[in-house]
Design a protein around this ligand. Structure first.
Ligand SMILES: [Zn+2]
Length: 416
């Protein structure tokens, strides 16, 4: 990309640095915790900012009025590639307030860090994307094709009201950049070429429901105790029974997390007749629901073969939350190159290309069978701060992100 255009983009962003930071702070101050989920107030702020920054009027796409998604289309001079820049406007709940050393109800900036729920995940990115579009428009940066900004609701709780609405209405482009925080030690030091998918389900263990005073009389199987045994086996040994091809982005393979939900028993006085644990298996590229299901069924079959008292069954969650495929983009894809070059220009660093541990909005495109190249994560902020107490984003990284997103977009849209 020509140096003069890059300079124009950077100048426009530097001129409005304070506005960009104030906008980020206003987004974080407006809660959009999910659950319960209501992005209206945040979206109102964004629509106002689009107007004052000269962006096209956003289209509002929603399944329910209080869960709006915003689409902003910026058309270039002629035909060419299209690119979606994606960020979500909801956040995880604040959680236990006593874990925070700052007041999560009063977001503010301390020592260059903007604290508050959703600052890193990912209202900083929302501000960065819109500021990038502002710089492209105000700087009259020429490009072909179309830049589409997609700001989604409900990413933190299943995306039913969010990216799935966009998929159902056919939003697609030549590529998509998901601007989730991707920093390991500092902002933009890494880029997620892939994200993990998931298989979600329960193992139900059956026992003999009876009076608890009779447990020493024989014939008593306490489902909760049996479930605990299975849970430990699952935690320690399931992984070695899962079939998957080793993958360079995920040298550690999938992760197995049993006990994310525990259920069992009815009340005092009753030996539990049924107990279950929920598990959350984070899968890597190449793994499918079918293969994981077969592996877990075999695992449970073998446990039951060596324990006559054990009766266990696998129940995969009902769709749509049964499973999500992992998402991966080729290293050589032009969007990856565009991102790397932008980080080099703005920060002088070349991001490490990695597989991020979490899932993103991209998994829903993959599950719908839409083969769109997706960069799973490249955005300001540190991965480890997402969902955590004392979440913050460095204000400078929001300003940097605006430059990086604008340069990435123009790079990708101008090359062919
Ligand atoms: Zn996020």
């Amino acid at each position: 990309m020509r140096e003069e255009l890059i300079q124009r983009i950077c100048d426009e962003i530097d001129k409005r640095k304070k506005e960009i930071i104030d906008f980020t702070l206003s987004l974080v101050k407006e809660p959009s915790e999910n659950p319960p989920g209501d992005e209206c107030k945040v979206v109102e702020l964004i629509i106002k900012k689009c107007k004052s920054w000269g962006l096209p009027q956003p289209e509002i796409w929603c399944l329910e009025a209080h869960r709006p998604n915003l689409i902003v289309r910026i058309k270039g001079d002629g035909r060419g590639r299209s690119l979606i820049l994606n960020a979500h406007t909801d956040t995880k709940p604040v959680g236990d307030v006593t874990e925070w050393s700052v007041d999560p109800g009063k977001p503010r900036i301390l020592n260059g860090k903007l604290y508050g729920r959703g600052s890193a995940d990912m209202k900083g990115s929302v501000a960065g994307i819109l500021a990038a579009a502002m710089a492209i428009i105000k700087g009259a940066i020429p490009f072909n094709g179309e830049l589409i900004i997609a700001l989604t609701a409900d990413e933190e709780a299943g995306s039913r009201f969010g990216v799935k609405v966009l998929i159902d209405r056919g939003l697609i482009a030549d590529a998509m950049l998901i601007t989730e925080p991707s920093g390991m030690k500092k902002s933009f030091d890494s880029l997620g070429l892939a994200c993990r998918g998931a298989v979600l389900g329960k193992v139900v263990v059956h026992g003999t429901q009876m009076h608890s005073s009779l447990s020493d009389q024989g014939g008593c199987i306490n489902a909760s105790v049996k479930m605990a045994e299975v849970l430990m086996e699952f935690a320690v040994h399931l992984k070695e029974h899962l079939t998957y091809e080793s993958h360079s982005l995920y040298p550690g393979g999938p992760t197995v997390n049993p006990g994310v939900i525990l259920e069992g028993g009815v009340f005092y006085g009753v030996i539990p007749g049924k107990a279950s644990f929920g598990f959350d298996l984070r899968i890597i590229p190449g793994m499918t629901l079918e293969s994981v299901k077969k592996d877990i069924e075999n695992f449970l079959y073998n446990l039951q073969k060596s324990d006559n008292d054990l009766k266990a069954e696998l129940i995969i969650e009902a769709p749509p939350i049964d499973w999500f495929p992992s998402v991966e983009i080729e290293r050589s894809h032009p969007l990856v190159y565009s991102c790397v070059e932008a980080a080099e220009k703005v920060l002088g660093i070349s991001p490490n290309l990695m597989g991020v541990p979490f899932s993103t909005d991209g998994i829903h495109y993959a599950k719908a069978g839409i083969d769109m190249p997706i960069v799973s994560s490249f955005g300001p902020g540190l991965i480890k701060l997402a969902h955590a107490p004392d979440e913050y984003i460095e204000v400078q990284s929001v300003v940097d992100s605006a430059k990086i997103f604008a340069i990435t977009a123009i790079n990708y849209l101008m090359s062919s």
